[in-house]
Design a protein around this ligand. Structure first.
Ligand code: PMT
Length: 229
């Protein structure tokens, strides 16, 4: 049997990738399958936590027994995460959240232009859900909340991914940031992940490589170490 070190705890996990509509049939999206977030939900539940999974366009089934709130866009994800986080001890943002959305979603399908030109695509910035959880905690009773982010990074040289992750850790201020390399066949959609865990100052507090369940268990170990009683 697994350790029940999250018994009595309420956790929120976001998973999958947000989609921003261009028109009724098209969207801007990303390659997240939701496997890492679903693994986090499954392992937290196995360790005794009450789990809400905010699920953005999952390619995999959510685990039985967790509360699932399905969302599509970043705005919907933000509402669902902040709502569920109001009484949560831990929030883990594993979802791949769109940084930009089309300035206006067209009401009707965008047509080809008669002159053969491409229609313009204006983007606006989305809110940063994770940074908002840190700056303006939704927890209503004032008790501290552990906030965990993921950082999906690419880099040409060994060390680039970690350097980008460290800068992001300091910028976003989450209690823990799980940095993973992503790219073709890496991170997104795979069964395997390799993660470096950073604290809010960008210092390495652990590394783990293996199945997404193994990465999740290492992440919960790190959360339990900083979780207030
Ligand atoms: O779903 P899988 O196929 O299993 O793949 C897993 C994964 C690679 C998607 C996952 O492990 C991962 O890295 N998730 C975070 C992806 C991401 O959006 O990274 P980012 O570096 O762009 O964002 C950093 C953090 O800020 C993330 O916690 C993200 O949820 C959050 N964020 C980002 C943008 C935004 N507007 N709001 C946010 O809250």
């Amino acid at each position: 049997p697994r350790t029940q070190d999250l018994a009595g705890r309420t956790v929120v996990v976001s998973a999958g990738g947000t989609r921003e509509p261009l028109d009724p049939v098209r969207f801007l999206g990303n390659r997240s399958s939701g496997k890492q977030g679903v693994a986090l939900a499954r392992t937290a539940q196995a360790r005794g936590a009450r789990v809400t999974l905010v699920a953005a366009n999952l390619a995999v089934r959510p685990p039985a027994g967790v509360r699932v709130v399905a969302v599509e866009t970043t705005a919907e994800l933000q509402d669902a995460v902040r709502g569920a986080a109001a009484d949560a001890d831990v929030v883990v943002m594993a979802a791949a959240v769109a940084d930009f959305r089309p300035a206006e979603g067209a009401a009707h399908k965008i047509k080809k232009q008669a002159d053969g030109s491409a229609p313009p695509l204006a983007l606006v910035q989305n809110p940063d859900v994770l940074a908002g959880l840190v700056a303006d905690p939704p927890r209503t009773d004032g008790r501290p909340q552990v906030v965990v982010g993921f950082a999906a990074e690419t880099g040409d040289a060994e060390g680039d991914v970690l350097a980008h992750g460290r800068a992001k850790a300091r910028r976003k201020g989450a209690d823990l940031l799980a940095v993973n390399a992503v790219g073709a066949g890496v991170g997104f959609g795979t069964e395997h992940n390799a993660v470096t865990l950073l604290d809010s100052g960008g210092e390495v507090v652990g590394t783990v490589e293996g199945s997404k369940d193994a990465v999740s268990d290492a992440l919960w170990d790190a959360v339990v170490r900083v979780l207030p009683l």
